[in-house]
Design a protein. Structure first.
Length: 184
């Protein structure tokens, strides 16, 4: 699976500014997986195989990163696919997506770092009467072990080399700093 991510160009080497404000020599751009639907399908199938025994009715992910992923995972489980999105900073289930009371919901995410957005999705699911049965991500890049109340699955464990901005070897070598997402 790591090879697939490299092949897809989802793992970038360089000098990156992370959303935390820290610097890294590596960045994960999962959108690149879904640039090629055959990669996206393989990733979706691999996650579906790990979580199939939970028999989810719905696979849900946070927008944007979880939209296609949820769809690809749901395809292999014959489940429904949905996504949550932020409205005024608040995670919500919109677009007339509907969860029946007591349905089993699998939450998927492209990259799990702190688990914060997954927990926000879980809150939305519970508010709509669903039961979170499992959580799965393509890449777990958490530094501390994530502790969820339900089983957590991932395809690849990847730690990023993280540097403080004032003590970064790449800054010292004058390697241009890239803010991911803004790169053409
Ligand atoms: Zn740096």
């Amino acid at each position: 699976m790591l090879d697939l991510l490299v092949q897809a160009g989802a793992i970038l080497e360089g000098h990156f500014l992370l959303s935390s404000g820290k610097h890294s020599s590596r960045y994960i751009q999962c959108a690149k997986i879904f640039e090629r639907p055959n990669y996206g399908e393989k990733i979706g199938k691999a996650i579906a195989e790990k979580i199939a025994h939970h028999e989810p009715h719905v696979v849900i992910g946070p927008a944007l990163g979880g939209v296609i992923l949820a769809y690809e995972v749901a395809r292999h489980l014959n489940a429904r696919a949905m996504f949550t999105e932020r409205e005024d900073g608040q995670m919500k289930l919109r677009r007339n997506f509907h969860i029946e009371r007591g349905e089993r919901i699998a939450i998927v995410e492209d990259v799990t770092t702190t688990g914060k957005s997954v927990l926000e999705v879980a809150e939305v699911v519970q508010k709509h009467g669903g039961i979170v049965c499992c959580i799965a991500s393509i890449v777990d890049r958490s530094i501390e072990k994530l502790s969820f109340d339900v089983p957590f699955y991932f395809l690849v464990k990847l730690e990023l080399p993280i540097f403080e901005p004032d003590d970064c070897p790449l800054c010292r070598q004058n390697v241009p700093l890239i803010k991911p997402g803004s790169r053409k």
